[in-house]
Design a protein around this ligand. Sequence first.
Ligand SMILES: *Cc1c(COP(=O)(O)O)cnc(C)c1O
Length: 459
Amino acid sequence: MDKYCAPPYRIKMVEPIKRSTRQEREKYLSDAHNNLFLLPSDAVYIDLLTDSGTGAMSHFQWSAMMQGDEAYAGSRSFYRFEKSVRDICGYAYVIPVHQGRGAEQVLLPVLTKRKGMVFISNMHFDTTRAHVELAGAHAVDCVTGACFHIDEYHPFKGNMDVDRCREHIKKYGASNVAGIIMTVTNNSAGGQPVSMENLRAVRDLAKAHHIPLIIDGARYAENAAFIKQRESAFRHMSIREIAREMFGCADIFLMSAKKDGLVNIGGFIAIRDNEELFRSCQVRTVAYEGFPTYGGLAGRDLEAVAVGLQEGLEPDYLEHRLDQVRYLTEHLRDAGIPVQYPAGGHAVFVDCKRICPHIPYDRFPAQAVCNALYLEAGVRGVEVGSLLIGRDPESGENIESPFEWMRLSLPRRSYTYAHLELVADAVRAVYEKRETLRGLVFEYEPPVLRHFTARLKYE
Ligand SMILES: *Cc1c(COP(=O)(O)O)cnc(C)c1O
């Protein structure tokens, strides 16, 4: 097995985390109605719920924050932020927003010129899909079939199926396609990367039909690092150059800076050259996010993003980042546990349908595994499966998700390999007793976004 890269940083400030006994965790989980979202974070030892906004900032970021300019308009911090974003993508126009979904609520309705238009994506992220639908458009996913064969190696399981995308453009008519959204890396497919070859093919298709191409680039730097590792034509380019090349394919870049921006809050919209689109987005930003030079962020937050974006592209940082995810993936795979392979960029996706074939989809097998992992070692993962997907709005029936994932997301620069070894041991222990796990039913089911606040009980 290849070696894993040691952290390119040392620890200067620590945040204590608390271990607990199994007996304590049983009480915490029952008080949380068997829903890990309802746990106080103090009841969690290792928190792999999400990699969004949970990373550690550098001393450069913290010191930049002290220089935040809190002017309502024309803040110095905005200009530093704008310069940093322009530096990575080369686009002319930059609008800050409070986080990724802020960018979605500003941009997507501007692109949706009429009700009933469609957005085509390799895979819409949940909030992106929600904002497409709120704008009165439909969301269509065309991810490559390779991402459904979890045991088979494919270097770019996040790719768009270009033929299917072309068929959809034909079916709806190019003038009814409001935009093509490339999610890089493809979050919902397991943090899987998109190749440059694929991005270019999608660009050619979008150009030929005059459809705007949007990069939903929360994890664009991880994607660029994968291109360097796995796409031979780019081996000799720097990650920065590869990122520029990626943005060269698109017209608009949306970013949740809570991921590769290495901050706890923030995001932006960047637009290559369409001034009219920029003006329309500015108008909506004032109404929904804030004046266009702060967009819902404090001046100090803008400073942290300006620095974090640059650090997020550093090759040593990215090598260690991807190695941490690979470490946990390979340790689980070596133990015979079914996981999305090869490793993605930010999380390990464990296939709980295969671990618990005795639990039907509407008894939420992945939730059963997540809860068992919490009881085992105080590790919090998250269910991405039939509990999350919810019910068919027409029939009211539970929808069966194609996957029942337990997602273990790794916060950036936060945990050590020793923590991950503990996680791997705990998953193995749960796997040993998989036949004893039981499914769950609702004690209370909220009407929307049920997974966040549902109360569950064991059958
Ligand atoms: C996180 C994320 C978003 C939404 O961003 P928030 O900052 O959580 O609002 C959108 N798209 C992708 C791909 C994401 O990972």
